[in-house]
Design a protein around this ligand. Structure first.
Ligand code: ATP
Length: 309
């Protein structure tokens, strides 16, 4: 089946400021997010994630390039597009003196079909354990975030765009949010979310895009990322680590990060085991421990120097 693109960007770029003061926040982004997937958008602070989201929502204008959502140009059709999406900004600003319920009522009325939306909002608030009678100024930051999620989800949009959705939520609520996202996807809907939480990405995302300095470094399935061919290896020798072994390992291009701690040797291997095992046999090996890289290791490698992966 040919995937149905819900979001598609072509050479989307954003430069803030001009001349010597300018910052290229996003550099010619080409990205496709398909119907029915949860796409995680990752990158270190300042990578350009929020800029991308603000461009997609037509809150700021691109310096170059274009994008479509549901096949419609994001600038020409922004009003129509906004009706069909739910958005949670990274920094939510709500009417401080109003209660959650008042804000939900207001937004539901603006969207139309207020009755249906209000019923839905009540269910989501209950599931997230949010007290909607409290005024926004009296809510904790996590509870404000929950209110933001209710507002983004209550009209059952076709596409959710969420900027760091679980930031500040406690682990139990995060778990509920993950369940909600899985159910949402099962109904054929699409989610584009930015996150710093790798366990979350591993738990719910189908694919991830890794952004660094405004540049999309990789787009991979979560499964594909975790199958990267490198391992951490720990070897414990009965006697001391064989002399000269360290030097021999340093000469092997597939071995890096060699460290000796008493009788123990740690290293990182890319690719096949055989050449390494032949070298390690220079002493009596008491214990050999081989660890798969965690998603965190993989992302750190991407963030710092992709060639290491
Ligand atoms: P974080 O994970 O910290 O939220 P981010 O990936 O969302 O970061 P952006 O907020 O998109 O990153 O910022 C990308 C770059 O653009 C940064 O260098 C930032 O300083 C710069 N930037 C963002 N907004 C503006 C602005 N309004 N004016 C000038 N520069 C900006």
């Amino acid at each position: 089946m040919v995937p149905n693109a819900i979001i598609e960007t072509r050479g989307l770029s954003k430069i803030y400021g001009s001349g010597a003061q300018s910052t290229t926040a996003l550099d010619s982004l080409n990205l496709q997010v398909n119907q029915g997937e949860i796409f995680g958008y990752l990158g270190p602070n300042g990578a350009g994630k929020t800029t991308t989201i603000r461009l997609l929502l037509d809150l700021i204008r691109p310096s170059a390039g274009a994008a479509t959502i549901f096949g419609d140009d994001i600038r020409a059709k922004s009003v129509d597009i906004h009706r069909r999406i739910g958005f949670l900004p990274g920094e939510l600003s709500l009417w401080e003196g109003r209660s959650g319920k008042q804000i939900i009522n207001f937004v539901a009325n603006v969207r139309g079909d207020a009755d249906g939306i209000l019923k839905q909002a009540e269910k989501i608030a209950e599931r997230l354990e949010l007290d909607t009678t409290k005024r926004v100024r009296d809510l904790s930051s996590g509870n404000k975030r929950k209110l933001g999620l209710v507002l983004a989800l209550m009209h059952d949009p076709e596409l959710l765009i969420l900027d760091e959705p679980t930031n500040g939520l406690d682990p139990l609520v995060q778990q509920t949010f993950h369940e909600m996202m899985n159910e949402y996807r099962q109904r054929g809907k699409t989610v584009f979310l930015s996150s710093h939480v790798l366990s979350e990405v591993q738990a719910i995302c189908d694919r991830v895009g890794i952004l660094r300095d405004g540049d999309l470094k990789a787009v991979e399935s979560v499964e594909g990322l975790t199958q990267v061919e490198f391992h951490h290896i720990e070897v414990s020798y009965r006697e001391a680590v064989p002399p000269e072994l360290r030097e021999r390992l340093a000469g092997m291009p597939q071995v890096s990060d060699v460290a000796v701690h008493g009788r123990r040797l740690d290293l990182r291997l890319v690719g096949d085991f055989d050449p390494l095992l032949r070298e390690l046999g220079a002493g009596y090996v008491e214990l050999l421990r081989i660890e798969e890289p965690t998603l965190e290791d993989i992302f750190l490698a991407f963030y710092s120097d992709k060639e290491k992966v």
